[in-house]
Design a binder for this molecule. Structure first.
Ligand code: TLP
Length: 342
């Protein structure tokens, strides 16, 4: 059985061009800084992200955690949104690895209120931890791919600079945000000190993320990546698709956003399902199934029998993600099948 796979944009396979690029990639030992393909990818990424330097890391999680380790010292506090990926889905890595404590602040549709951030930054008191880092996430996964507005990012950055607290952006899907806003990605990264972007989600590369920031930050981040066992050797073979991801796969994300709207509208016409269509700004759809009376597992199993895959997100909430391997025809087929199913 072939499935229509809405579980995540992480399931996208490399394109034919990416596979060719992997086959012919020039390589060298990257721990010695001698892999020409990695060097090219890092230089290209730094330029696109508007930062001095960049580092290729194996995953989004590794990129975020190297950022936390590089910015903070053990005992520091990291201010982040209460449903952010770093807080919810990285296995408690920030406390396990960096020894920091997290300070989750509830946002509105993924966006932190700048005034809440201001209040959360610690003053100079012997009882307090140091505020070591503020983390933002754009687009916000748990909020259903919502774009955090540029103005919010700007206001938080101004507060952070005044208080001398660095800002890191989990931009796993930052290119989706840039495409949705119709701005270059550097418009968003100018309001943060460091950023992690995934090459392996909607951009379709098989592996890897980029961490970008100042030269000094990336020098130290490279050391943390090595400490974590992330120093790679002839890794140009996995970096080569990343170059294609950045050069050729960004504009097509608009197609995923159109398909996401189509799916959201289709699901919302089904009487027992509900989707907040106007909140679907990028490639993630959150579908409320509570009125079906089915549990998440029951719903997902029935979906699977129809050849459709999705993931549970909350009690009674199922996440669907559109990506390069989901066409508009597949979206129509899925909506018809789900209509008949319930
Ligand atoms: N997200 C995955 C799952 O882990 C939930 C997904 O399918 O959406 N930041 C954000 C905002 C993410 O959504 C993810 C992955 C990551 C970081 C981590 O990236 P990887 O999986 O490369 O470690």
């Amino acid at each position: 059985m072939t499935f229509i796979d809405f579980r995540s944009d992480t399931v996208t396979k490399p394109t034919e061009e990416m596979r060719q690029a992997m086959f012919t990639a020039e390589v060298g030992d990257d721990v010695y800084g001698e892999d020409p393909t990695i060097n090219r990818l890092e230089a290209l990424a730094a330029k696109i992200l508007g930062k001095e330097d960049a580092l290729f890391v194996t995953s989004g999680t590794q990129g975020n955690q190297v950022a936390v380790l590089t910015h903070c010292r053990s005992g520091d506090e990291v201010i982040l949104e209460a449903e952010s990926h770093i807080f919810l889905y990285e296995g408690g890595a920030s406390s396990a690895l960096a020894g920091v404590q997290t300070r989750p602040i509830p946002g509105i549709k993924g966006a932190l209120d700048p005034l809440d951030v201001k209040k959360a930054i610690r003053g100079d008191d012997i009882h307090y931890p140091y505020s070591g880092l503020i983390c933002l996430e754009n687009t916000h996964n748990k909020a259903g791919g919502k774009v955090v507005p540029l103005q919010t990012m700007k206001e938080i950055y101004e507060i952070a600079r005044e208080k001398e607290v660095p800002v890191h952006l989990d931009g796993a899907r930052l290119f989706n945000a840039a495409v949705a806003l119709g701005v270059p990605v550097s418009e968003l990264t100018k309001y943060v000190d460091t950023v992690q972007v995934c090459l392996s989600k909607g951009l379709s590369a098989p592996v890897g993320s980029i961490l970008a920031g100042s030269k000094l930050f990336i020098k130290e981040a490279r050391k943390w990546r090595k400490r974590l066992g992330g120093g790679l050797r002839q890794a140009g073979v996995i970096a080569a698709p990343g170059i294609i991801a950045l050069e050729k796969m960004v504009d097509r994300l608009a197609e995923d956003h159109t398909n996401a709207r189509l799916l959201a509208e289709g699901l919302d016409t089904i009487p027992k399902l509900s989707v907040s269509v106007e909140d679907v700004e990028t490639n993630i759809i959150l579908c409320d199934i509570k009125q079906t009376g089915l549990s998440n597992d029951q719903f997902l199993n029935q979906l699977k029998d129809q050849g459709i895959l999705a993931v549970p997100f909350d009690d009674g909430i199922i996440r669907f993600v559109t990506h390069r391997e989901v066409t508009s025809d597949m979206v129509h087929t899925a909506v018809q099948s789900i209509k008949q199913m319930i």
